[in-house]
Design a protein around this ligand. Structure first.
Ligand SMILES: [Fe+2]
Length: 233
């Protein structure tokens, strides 16, 4: 039976990180018991009950009007540790709007919702592992983790491979965000180089003139250059 390698904890965020207050409640206090993967985990459930829609990767065209804010292109490749493309992977993202507000019942930040922006998208990587989204640059938002706590602008990412246990979740940040050093979530990753791999880079080749700035964000599933993912340590 095939299996999926477990990640090494060295460059992954720890489950227990006291400055990130939610981890005090969520993190297990005892060592995890590793169970063998069974047939059900290795074979299902598969994603794909609903086909990808035409505007699923264009968050600016999901409503009758255009959303407010800075239009951006976010694109990159999903690759393995040797840089080989991972095709046919479901890439999902979710994010706040330009004012830093999520369209979610639990978000009570006093910032306006945008009637033309949901903040969720998905796409499938092509044969070369490429994905691409058109969206609005998210705003920073307060989150009450500590006094005067603000999350740097970020986009949540989920990757789905061929079965349920291959789901990976992470967050993408923007270059030179002054809030990053004060963010307990991104700073929970011990290795500075690994933290940098969560920061997208401005890419003028991706940027479309008179239209939208492009940010490149590649996702490396494992190995020395692996992207830090949540809940992997
Ligand atoms: Fe968020």
């Amino acid at each position: 039976m095939k299996h999926y390698p477990r990640p090494e904890p060295c460059e992954q965020p720890p489950l227990f990180h006291p400055p990130y207050c939610a981890s005090l409640r969520r993190a297990p206090r005892k060592p995890l018991i590793r169970l063998p993967h069974t047939l059900s985990e290795l074979t299902g459930p598969l994603y794909g009950h609903n086909p990808i829609g035409e505007t699923d990767n264009d968050l600016t065209r999901q409503h009758p009007g255009e959303p407010l804010g800075e239009r951006i292109i976010v694109a990159g490749r999903v690759v393995d540790e040797d840089g080989r493309a991972i095709p046919n992977t479901l890439v999902e993202l979710w994010q706040s709007n330009a004012a830093g507000r999520y369209r979610h019942h639990a978000d009570d930040h006093r910032a306006p919702l945008d009637p033309n922006f949901t903040g969720a998208g998905r796409t499938i990587t092509d044969d070369n592992g490429n994905y691409r989204f058109l969206t609005i640059k998210p705003g920073p938002y307060p989150w009450r983790n500590h006094s005067n706590a603000w999350r740097p602008a970020h986009i949540h990412f989920s990757l789905f491979g061929p079965c349920f246990i291959t789901r990976l979740i992470t967050q993408m940040y923007f270059p030179d965000d002054p809030l990053m050093p004060f963010d307990p979530i991104s700073q929970s990753i011990p290795d500075e180089g690994a933290r940098r791999r969560l920061v997208s880079r401005l890419d003028l080749n991706l940027t479309e003139p008179e239209w939208a700035i492009g940010y490149r964000f590649d996702l490396v599933l494992r190995g020395r250059d692996a992207t830090p993912f949540e809940g992997q340590s």
